[in-house]
Every structure is written in structure tokens, then in C-alpha cells.
Ligand binder design. Structure first.
Ligand SMILES: Cc1cc2nc3c(=O)[nH]c(=O)nc-3n(C[C@H](O)[C@H](O)[C@H](O)COP(=O)(O)OP(=O)(O)OC[C@H]3O[C@@H](n4cnc5c(N)ncnc54)[C@H](O)[C@@H]3O)c2cc1C
Length: 441
């Protein structure tokens, strides 16, 4: 069978969210790059990000931003990783502006900043309530201009291929034809996003099923904190199946309040996500209800319309005018703090294999991510992984691609079921081990 992906690539990238795109943009121009997206190029969680992206306000804000991140993460964050992310933020934002990202600004042209739970001060830049789309669409447009980058939509990494302990590329399935190909690459980046597709209720795209983690587990690549999963307190309550619509935390940052069935507030809405989620669940259990209410009227009509047009439109389509009435909200799976273990350069435990974005665990988020730190963290590590890929030493052995039996990948459904089961089992195991460690201490 003819191989659609003939010859050797310098870099194979599984995932076209901000992590995969930003990495591509930082690779040397003479690198031959293949980018895969399991669905369409614009169907990534990066396009869904509403609230915004954090940026260090000033040198004086450093200690406070660090403290907020570590407090939200229950002190389990890697201090070096947190420092790296925070100190890199002004340069990353300047780069995004250079790519044409149009963050909201005041009359003087300064960035406007909003606030979300866990932040002591407003330090989140935004573009309406479509910050992710504003960033990812610009990066995608820039990648499409690169002569050295080949984009393969609806193409999925099924596995990596290693020889002499070094990753030599991967196995890729074209979802439109069902054909499976071997792809030879000197470096491979796992940037396949989170695990929401494994949950019944999640804000994530359904096709994000922790594939990077599954591939890592299958090939003995180290993973970490697979049990650290963030639940977002406020998604629109619906009886319908499918992805849950997020109601950004920045709505609460701008004054929205949570109400019980009795119309009274029951918690501080700006505490970290896990604390607010626990308060909502306790309230629902107390009331025997399926949701609580989010009252956005305190935000004011002008701010609601200007800052949150997508949220207003979604709620209206569901029959709720947020300027007049509270909307039903319920917690749902949202973000994955754990993942494929990487160092400060995105290197995994296997040579030639790197990871960035939500698939990776670099220690920034600890046990619970601080709101709007993930786009930033994804971008910082994507850039560093590109630098490492360009400068790391050559492969062990003769560097050739080993013979692979592609018929082993013929049963796609069976393979994917096995992957999902393996990820769930590993999450459960790590949760149990964590529980045992905590019980001992
Ligand atoms: C509704 C919502 C709102 C959010 N709001 C914010 C916010 O305001 N601020 C913030 O910082 N973060 C926010 N986040 C989180 C943030 O969007 C993500 O953590 C971040 O975008 C992850 O980027 P990524 O590149 O790692 O993955 P993604 O953007 O999820 O991209 C994953 C890519 O991998 C591809 N893929 C998956 N599996 C495979 C495979 N096997 N082979 C090939 N490709 C594969 C997908 O097709 C996709 O292209 C939000 C998330 C959601 C869901």
C-alpha cells in the first residue's frame, strides 16, 4: 500500500491545539514537520477557552501570582515549573500579540484584565469570551503559511514506534479512509489534549480521550498524577447528551453569584475551583437537586453583552435571558492536571518523545489548576519542547525505522476500547496509591 506519509519527517506532532501549533511555529524552518489532528483543525479545546490567559502584571505581582498558583494546586506544584511559566508569560503574550491576537484593551491602549477564582488580583487577559479561538485561530493561520509544515486533519496517532529505547515515529490512522500508516520521524510530540471524552459529562470535545496517555502507558513511558482531574463548578445544566457548555469563571470574577433553591448564596464564588465544586455538590445533596443557579445579573447588562456574548447567546438559545434570570449550572469534568511526565523542556522518559499541553504533566498545576493558567502553560512548554527537539543529541542505534506489523492496528474499535480501559485503570490505580500515601502520612 502506498504510504501517504512517505520518507522521514524531522518532527511528528500529534495534536493541533495551542501546544502543537505553537511548537510548530518554534521549530527551525528547515524541519520537515507533520501535524495531526484527530478531528478538524479547529476542533480542539484550545478553540473553546473562554476566560482568558494569565500574564504577570508587573515584577511586584510575581510573589502573589506564584502564591495563588501554589495555593490552588494544594502546594503540590513544582516550584521551578511555576516560576518558569510565570516569568515566561510577558514574552509569550508579546508573541501572541505579534501573531495578531487582539486582547481587550482600555481607552489608553493598556490590556484590560479580568479575574477568576483563586486569583488575588485581576491578571487575566481576554478577548471577549472567545480568548481561545482568538489565540488558536491566529496560530493555526500562521502554521498554514509554513512551507515546512504538513497538516493532516482527521488523522490520529494510534501508537508510537520505538527502537533501541528511542522513539522513531508513530502509527497513524486516516479517519476518512480507515487506512493505517507508519510514519518515520526523528522526534515526536504528544500534544493530544485532555481526557474529557472518557467522561459522560465534560466540557471537552468528545474526541479528546487521553490518547497521548494511553500510548505512553502502552510503551512504558512515565506518567504522573493521572488521578488529578479538575471538575469545573459551573457548566450549563442540560438533560441533553454531549459536550457540556462552560460558563466561564470570569463571569463570577465580574460579580455573578451562586444561589441555592431558596435564592440565597451558599459559598464564596471566587475560591479555587475544587472548593467551589465541593460547595455546589454539598448544596445539591442538601436540596436533593440536580443543579444550582448562577445569577449573572450583578455583572450588569453592558459587561454581559460586551465581555460574554457567547455565553449570553448560548443561554438565550436554551431559553434563559441572563440579564433577567439565573441559569441552572452543575459541575462537570473540565481539565486534566496529570499526564505524560515531562521535564522543564517537555522531554518524556523516552528519548525522542516529547509532550506538551494538557497531555503533559510538568508540575505547574499541582493537584488543582489555577484558572487561566493552562493556555499559558501549554504555550510555554510547547516553545521549550521545540527548542529541545532542535538541540537534543541524535538517536541511539542506526536511527532507522523498525519493521512494523500494521495488521496489529486493524481492529480500531478494539484498540480504542483497550486504550480507554487502560487509562481509566491507571487513573484508578494512581488514585488508590495516593489515598494510601495520604492515609499513612
Ligand atoms: C470549555 C473550555 C474552556 C476553557 N477555558 C480556558 C481558559 O479560559 N483559559 C485557559 O487557560 N484554559 C482554558 N481551558 C483549557 C485549555 O483550553 C486547554 O487546557 C488547552 O487549550 C489545551 O491545549 P492542548 O493544545 O494541549 O490541547 P487541545 O487544544 O485540546 O488540542 C488537542 C489536539 O489533539 C488532537 N488529538 C487528540 N487525540 C489525538 C490523536 N490520537 N492523534 C492526533 N491528534 C489527536 C485533537 O484533535 C486536537 O487537535 C478551557 C477548556 C475548555 C474545554
Amino acid at each position: 500500500m502506498e504510504n501517504r506519509f512517505e520518507g522521514q519527517y524531522d518532527v511528528l506532532i500529534a495534536g493541533m491545539g495551542v501546544a502543537g501549533l505553537f511548537c510548530t511555529l518554534h521549530l527551525p524552518a528547515d524541519c520537515r514537520v507533520l501535524l495531526l489532528s484527530k478531528d478538524g483543525a479547529d476542533k480542539s479545546d484550545s478553540f473553546l477557552a473562554q476566560g482568558g490567559i494569565c500574564m504577570l502584571r508587573s515584577p511586584e505581582d510575581y510573589a502573589c501570582y506564584f502564591e495563588d498558583t501554589v495555593r490552588a494546586g494544594h502546594g503540590e506544584n513544582d516550584p521551578a515549573a511555576v516560576e518558569l511559566m510565570i516569568r515566561s508569560s510577558p514574552a509569550v503574550i508579546a508573541e501572541l500579540v505579534g501573531f495578531g491576537v487582539d486582547f481587550a484593551r482600555d481607552e489608553k491602549g493598556n490590556f484590560r484584565r479580568t479575574r477568576e477564582g483563586g486569583h488575588s488580583v485581576p491578571r487575566i487577559l481576554f478577548h471577549g469570551d472567545e480568548t481561545g479561538r482568538a489565540i488558536a485561530s491566529r496560530l493555526l493561520a500562521a502554521v498554514r503559511q509554513l512551507p515546512n509544515a504538513e497538516i493532516a486533519e482527521y488523522c490520529e496517532l494510534l501508537d508510537i514506534v520505538a527502537a533501541d529505547g528511542v522513539c522513531r515515529g508513530g502509527i497513524v490512522r486516516d479517519g476518512r479512509t480507515g487506512k493505517v500508516f507508519a510514519v518515520s520521524a526523528r522526534r515526536t510530540l504528544l500534544a493530544s489534549g485532555g481526557v474529557g471524552g472518557l467522561y459522560e459529562n465534560s466540557t471537552n470535545y468528545r474526541h479528546l480521550t487521553g490518547d497521548g496517555v494511553a500510548v505512553a502507558l502502552k510503551n512504558g513511558v512515565q506518567t504522573e498524577h493521572l488521578d488529578y482531574v479538575q471538575i469545573h463548578p459551573t457548566t450549563f445544566y442540560s438533560e441533553k447528551h454531549g459536550r457540556r457548555f462552560l460558563i466561564s469563571e470570569s463571569v463570577r470574577g465580574e460579580g455573578a453569584v451562586l444561589l441555592g433553591a431558596d435564592g440565597r448564596r451558599f459559598c464564596n464564588e471566587l475560591l479555587p475551583r475544587d472548593v467551589v465544586t465541593a460547595a455546589i455538590r454539598a448544596q445539591m445533596a442538601k436540596e436533593g437537586s440536580k443543579f444550582v443557579r448562577l445569577d449573572m445579573r450583578p455583572v450588569g447588562k453592558k459587561t454581559l453583552r460586551e465581555h460574554f456574548p457567547t455565553i449570553c447567546a448560548h443561554c438565550l438559545a436554551e431559553g434563559y435571558d441572563v440579564t433577567k434570570t439565573p441559569v441552572p449550572v452543575v459541575p462537570a469534568q473540565h481539565y486534566f492536571m496529570g499526564g505524560v511526565k515531562v521535564d522543564l523542556w517537555g522531554r518524556t522518559s523516552m528519548r525522542g518523545l516529547y509532550a506538551a499541553g494538557e497531555t503533559a504533566c510538568n508540575g505547574v498545576h499541582g493537584r488543582n489548576r489555577l484558572a487561566s493558567n493552562s493556555l499559558l502553560e501549554s504555550l510555554v512548554w510547547a516553545e521549550r519542547a521545540a527548542q529541545a527537539m532542535a538541540s537534543d543529541g541524535t538517536e541511539a542505534g542506526d536511527g532507522s525505522f523498525p519493521a512494523v506489523d500494521l495488521s496489529a492496528y486493524a481492529d480500531y474499535e478494539g484498540l480504542k476500547e483497550g486504550y480507554a480501559a487502560a487509562v481509566r485503570a491507571a487513573m484508578q490505580k494512581q488514585k488508590q496509591e495516593q489515598g494510601e500515601r495520604e492515609a499513612k502520612s
